[in-house]
Ligand binder design. Structure first.
Ligand SMILES: Nc1nc2c(c(=O)[nH]1)N[C@H]1C(S)=C(S)[C@@H](COP(=O)(O)O)O[C@H]1N2
Ligand SMILES: [Mo]
Length: 397
């Protein structure tokens, strides 16, 4: 057989394999795909000498991908607590500027998580509008959509409150909570797809004098936030997509409000009502919680924009370096206004600072991944980062 013919035979064999795949004809034993058939046919001739141990994937791994069994990273979680559900992003293992959906943190104000049938879900836009309208998920998906990369950070992130709760668990034998995840893990970055809220507002007609949008969830606690109309008509969106698929149940399936650059609490999940008004509604979660204390001891209400902030994710307290030598320091920087323009890193406790490389492109109100080399001599040192946004605003110390 000449080489052309053997190529042809390989081609036919591959086509057959693909046709088989298309028809769902992968042989299975129980729920395991037969490895001798799957990799073999696709690789072609000489494939019987595959150099790795055969370990057939589960059916579930093939129809909806799973990770390698050697990957053990998890979201730290707290369930059945009066404060509700919490899961925390494993920032110590984050790579690039996207948080995979299974690692996206979750803050749910009660212990119940809605499981909404999208065929039955609607969102009503009413109040100071010309044409009050109920939108189905179908209606929303027919409108012009956008996809954008944005972080979400809980207002209370990097505070000690939640970390202390987790340390309580540590006393009870829990040893898996690092500071980076326990204290800073209410922070993630995803690509969100949806419809601009302004698109819906144009359809219903905003009346003169309207200045706020009261956004309310269809969950047990009726999570609700007053959003300034200026934000609602700017870049706020109703998102149904997250990282290339439907948003996760934890993130508000089938529809959530997303307010890029604003505090996490503004991003109403399971959204079902948007009411235009001429003033805010003083919701529980905007006057008795998620406020900041001013120097005079009074609470500051309706603060919204976050950052600029940055965090070194490697090395962090979750890691142990194997010895002196060269490492890559890596981290994330984010802000609620514009793009991150610069990240500086110190490797000597603040004596000298130098610029880290930023992963390109840098998107507005998205994580910027920074990287820089670190030649460690094995002695104690303090490393730190500080970021600056495109308007020259520098992260506070
Ligand atoms: N319906 C609903 N939306 C909600 C909340 C909630 O408890 N219920 N929590 C808010 C808070 S405090 C935060 S920080 C973000 C967290 O978003 P995530 O759970 O998708 O990470 O959702 C916000 N939206
Ligand atoms: Mo939050």
């Amino acid at each position: 057989m000449n080489s052309k013919m053997s190529d042809r035979r390989g081609f036919l064999k591959r086509s057959a394999a693909l046709a088989g795949l298309a028809a769902g004809a992968i042989p299975f034993a129980g729920r395991k795909a037969l490895a001798s058939v799957t990799p073999g046919l696709i690789i072609g001739e000489g494939d019987s000498k595959i150099g790795y141990a055969v370990d057939e994937p589960d059916m579930d791994d093939l129809i909806y991908g799973g990770r390698s069994k050697y990957e053990k990273t998890i979201r730290i979680h707290r369930i059945n607590s009066p404060e509700g559900l919490r899961t925390l992003t494993p920032l110590q293992d984050s790579i690039g500027f996207i948080t995979p959906s299974p690692f996206h943190f979750q803050v749910q104000g009660d212990k119940h998580m809605p499981n909404i049938n999208p065929a039955e879900h609607t969102v009503i836009v009413h109040g100071m509008v010309d044409r009050p309208t109920v939108f189905t998920m179908d209606d929303i998906k027919r409108l012009p959509s956008v996809s954008e990369v944005h972080w979400i950070e809980c207002t209370g992130n990097s505070g000690l409150m939640h970390y202390r709760m987790l340390l309580g668990n540590k006393k009870a034998g829990r040893t898996d909570v690092s500071v980076i995840q326990g204290m800073h893990g209410r922070l993630s970055c995803s690509e969100w797809t949806g419809v601009r809220l302004s698109t819906l507002l144009n359809l219903v007609g905003v009346q003169k004098g309207a200045s706020w949008a009261i956004c309310e969830a269809g969950d047990n606690i009726h999570h609700a936030k007053s959003i300034p109309l200026a934000k609602a008509t700017d870049d706020a969106m109703l998102a149904y997509g997250q990282n290339g698929e439907a948003i996760r149940r934890e993130q508000g399936y089938p529809l959530r409000l997303h307010t890029p650059g604003f505090q996490g609490v503004c991003n109403v999940k399971f959204i079902r009502s948007i009411k235009l008004t001429d003033g805010p509604y003083y919701m529980q979660r905007e006057i008795s919680a998620y406020t900041n204390t001013k120097p005079n001891g009074m609470s500051s209400w309706f603060e919204s924009q976050q950052g600029p902030k940055s965090l070194i994710t490697f090395p962090s307290d979750a890691h142990k370096l194997s010895g002196p030598g060269t490492y890559e320091i890596s981290g994330i920087a984010w802000c609620g206004r514009g793009k991150i323009a610069r990240v500086e890193v110190t490797l000597d406790a603040g004596k000298t600072w130098h610029d880290a490389r930023l992963q390109q492109p840098v998107f507005s109100k998205a994580w910027a991944r920074f990287r820089t080399a670190f030649n460690w001599d094995g002695t104690d040192t303090v490393i730190a980062s500080r970021c600056t946004n495109e308007y020259g605003e520098i992260q506070s110390t």
